[in-house]
Design a protein around this ligand. Structure first.
Ligand code: AHR
Length: 516
């Protein structure tokens, strides 16, 4: 398995010559349809839209643009977003939500007040609000997921918003929705109790006890208004020096366990030091943090009045490090990260981690949908798909069913933080006799010849192969040029219980075919 560079010294009577030869790296993936991790929840292919930079205004919503429909939604963005099969869409933030008053964003547009958003230091015109967001979700065919303001907001604001969205008729806010032209309730089923409330950067930041108590009261009122809604607690946002994410999660779970269905975690990674292998290994953290929180969930559930499963929602994840500080993180062009091939491989690593924890991770939302740390990027005259678009689209359109616990025997690498990281990062989904094998070859220079074996049943027929790769790990896409994209490779004809594939260096490959 280990790369062997051997120097064969051949002694000759007349002297010595040195012949160098290289043996290819090899690996094995063993698939057993009986080794099930759990059902893959379609909501792991979620996304996120925040009032931030050009995500909403100039991204999904651009009234007056030649590229928009009559309601003001960018048609090109909508079409490209459909290619991502977005299953659930979080809104309106993010840090923005902790200063957002939803009533500012409903009713006649000329009566809506302009405000200053302090999270990203920009004017907020409020011309896009609840009704527009729900309309966008319908056009996209996705499930809306709202976050309430538990920073500067009140308990009443939270429960009134639920009433506006979900109550058919009668009370004041349901009638207000009707008055504004929306007779039927929206039935928004997913609501998060604030955003990153553990962070000092959050408006109305609280300690875990204060958040737990406040969120509990909000949860009660929201559930009493619309009993079937699912609630998501704001878990730890990220690892920052001095923070105690595990302590936060334990306390919050203890307060909220009888009301919540998920606890939200966030993760952003980057390659500041230009250390390729550390960057490739950075998604290993998803496994550790998921496992730690799973244990904490078990502890909280053991104290529930009526035991019910709580799940993990990674409701913000992505690569984000370039547009992270100073001017790049403020104003109209905030967070306009440009992605390259190595970022796309890391995104595939995130998705493998969610699938490999499918029993407990039941939601994940790439942050964000367009322009702001996003798979799509617009200008006034067009758009392009960033490198990270392509792995996400392949997973979100294929990897459903049951996640299988594949055995992977791969050569490994070490980084300062992570040891014995396999070059091959693998997840496997099994769906009605179809097996979907996702493989990232993290090796920077070498292909890995891999034998794929079935432990239960036979592979049969034509297997399709799709690959995301490129000549250079730093290669980016731009307007009119998407050199990093999905390539359909020649099909493989497979019959029997094994086949061999060579995964190219720095690539993501998806293989799909029958296993019965
Ligand atoms: O997605 C960008 C920001 O990252 C979000 O507003 C916030 O929740 C997180 O810190």
């Amino acid at each position: 398995m280990v790369k062997k560079v051997c120097f064969l010294i051949v002694g000759l009577l007349v002297g010595y010559s040195i012949i160098a030869y290289t043996a290819d790296l090899t690996a094995r993936i063993k698939i057993d349809t009986e080794r099930k991790i759990g059902e893959i929840d379609k909501h792991i292919y979620g996304n996120f839209t925040e009032h931030l930079g050009r995500c909403i205004y100039g991204g999904i919503y651009d009234p007056g643009s030649k590229l928009s429909d009559k309601e003001g939604f960018r048609k090109d963005v909508l079409e490209a977003a459909k290619g991502l099969n977005v299953t659930i869409l979080r809104w309106p933030g993010g840090n923005f939500v902790s200063g957002y008053h939803w009533l500012d964003g409903v009713g006649p547009k000329d009566k809506r007040p302009e405000r200053t958003d302090l999270a990203w230091q920009t004017p907020e015109p409020n011309t896009f609000g609840t009704d527009e967001f729900v309309e966008f979700c319908r056009k996209l065919g996705t499930e809306p997921y709202f976050a309430v303001n538990l920073g500067t907001g009140t308990l009443d604001e939270a429960r009134n918003w639920v009433e506006y969205c979900n109550v058919k008729d009668g009370p004041y806010y349901a009638e207000l929705r009707k008055k504004y032209g929306h007779a039927e309730p929206y039935n928004v089923m997913y609501w998060s109790l604030g955003n990153e409330m553990d962070g000092w950067w959050q408006m109305g930041h609280k300690n875990a006890d204060d958040y737990g108590k406040f969120a509990l009261e909000a949860a009660k009122l929201m559930k009493w208004t619309s009993p079937d809604i699912k609630l998501i607690a704001a878990g730890s946002s990220n690892f920052y020096g001095g923070a105690d994410p595990h302590g936060w999660n334990r306390i919050v779970l203890d307060y909220l366990k009888d009301y919540i269905d998920y606890i939200a975690l966030h993760k952003y990674v980057g390659n500041r030091d230009n250390d390729y292998y550390s960057f490739m290994a950075s998604t290993m953290d998803i496994y550790d943090r998921t496992q730690i929180v799973e244990g904490q969930i078990m502890e909280a559930m053991s104290k529930m009045r009526q035991p019910r499963q709580i799940y993990v929602a990674w409701d913000e994840y992505n690569v984000w490090y370039r547009a992270r500080g100073g001017a790049a993180a403020r104003g109209r062009n905030a967070l306009e990260e440009k992605y390259n091939l190595e970022d796309a491989l890391v995104v595939a690593g995130f998705l493998n981690a969610f699938i490999n924890n499918a029993h407990i991770v039941k939601m994940a939302n790439m942050a964000q949908l367009v322009n702001v740390i996003a798979p799509m990027f617009t200008s006034e005259t067009g758009m392009f798909r960033q490198t990270i678009y392509f792995p996400l689209a392949l997973y979100a359109n294929n990897s459903f069913g049951v996640a299988l616990d594949a055995f992977v025997d791969s050569p490994t690498f070490d980084t300062e933080q992570w040891k014995q990281v396999p070059y091959l990062d693998v997840s496997v989904a099994y769906n009605n006799g179809d097996v979907i094998i996702n493989v990232v070859n993290r090796h920077m220079t070498d292909n890995i010849k891999t034998k794929i074996l079935s432990q239960t049943g036979e592979f049969s027929g034509t297997f399709t192969v799709h690959e995301v790769n490129g000549p250079d790990i730093k290669m980016e896409n731009t307007f009119g040029s998407e050199p990093i994209h999905t390539v359909k490779k020649p099909d493989i004809s497979v019959n029997g219980n094994s086949f061999t594939v060579e995964f190219p260096a720095h690539s993501y490959t998806m293989i799909r075919g029958k296993l019965k």
